[in-house]
Design a protein around this ligand. Sequence first.
Ligand code: NAG
Ligand code: NAG
Ligand code: CU
Length: 351
Amino acid sequence: MLSRAFLPLLFLVWLLAVAYGSPAADPHPGPRKCAKVRLRREWRDLRVTDKHAFIRAVRCLQSLPAKDTSLPKKITRYEEFVVSHTAVGDAIHGVGQFLPWHRHFVFLYETALREECGYQGPFPFWDWPRDADGIKPLKESPLFDPVTGFGPDGTPGTFTMLPNSDPHVPGSNAFLPPFTSLPWGCVTSGPFANLTLHLGPGRTQNFDHCLTRAIQESLRDLLKTSNINKILAQKDYDSFWNSLDGRPFKVEWALHEGGHVGINGDMTNYYTSPNEPLFYLHHSGLDRLWWKWQHGRPGRLREVGGRSSTLPPFGKVTHSFEISFEDLSPNVTVGEAMDTACEPYCYAYSY
Ligand SMILES: *[C@@H]1O[C@H](CO)[C@@H](O)[C@H](O)[C@H]1NC(C)=O
Ligand SMILES: *[C@@H]1O[C@H](CO)[C@@H](O)[C@H](O)[C@H]1NC(C)=O
Ligand SMILES: [Cu+2]
């Protein structure tokens, strides 16, 4: 006979099942769905007030001290993200976890802008074809506007690289070519004029330097709609990330390098490229393509794959694979970074 005490217990079990979802009903138990999602927008679709607020928030991060007090005193909160990208650089590029890692990294940066510097507008991305499909030079993009953008190209003759920099050796300073022949210059006007960066360029050298650019057209074709469509047409995750991320040091460039090499300067460094504030717009652009691809066919939302290291034994990326941000944030699993409509991400992209 059922005891009367059993009924409340049954009710409690039912309540828990409703609150957390029954495992049988949810084939993908994991992070919780967001109650509300924010829309990320292309830079030129932000309202002018949001553009100014975004740039102000970036400059705010660049003026705050790092949270990690074991770092040298001059390292800023903004540069703490550069430290993280450098520390794990060899584990997150040219591998299947490239996309989940950069998704979470950009999200951490967005969170810092909102929580530590009060940004409230949409997080921006770069939709490359809006610049590359036309005939105007890339340096005329609204992204490089001195007032409503991130400032112009570098001024030739204002920057000298340390003489012992070795640009082409992976694992040392590792610049994406073309590098040595370009007239890198300091960005001398706009919101990041004569900014002092303390890290890199490169993993093994750190010297105080300005933000450098050398905007050029050599990989422009990779930024065009024709290339984007080719990437989106890939049938599985492994070929998708491969078609979007190039093969560093083998000179098989792809869209990922197209944005890095197109801006050039600090942006071409394998490790310290987040010195360039446009890094985050380029990478949210890449994240948007992944998001589009994920939603393009049923079943793709949780598809992962690809090798998990650039050196043997390669391994295979699965949902339980952990990605590290060193001291910037706790590890997450690849599975946790699959769905931007789930906690903690809570964003979608405008088309
Ligand atoms: C940045 O430095 C250059 C010279 O190094 C100078 O001509 C320019 O006025 C400076 N810009 C700002 C905004 O201070
Ligand atoms: C985080 O992930 C890295 C790389 O996958 C791993 O080496 C490390 O042990 C993990 N750290 C923790 C605290 O689990
Ligand atoms: Cu990266």
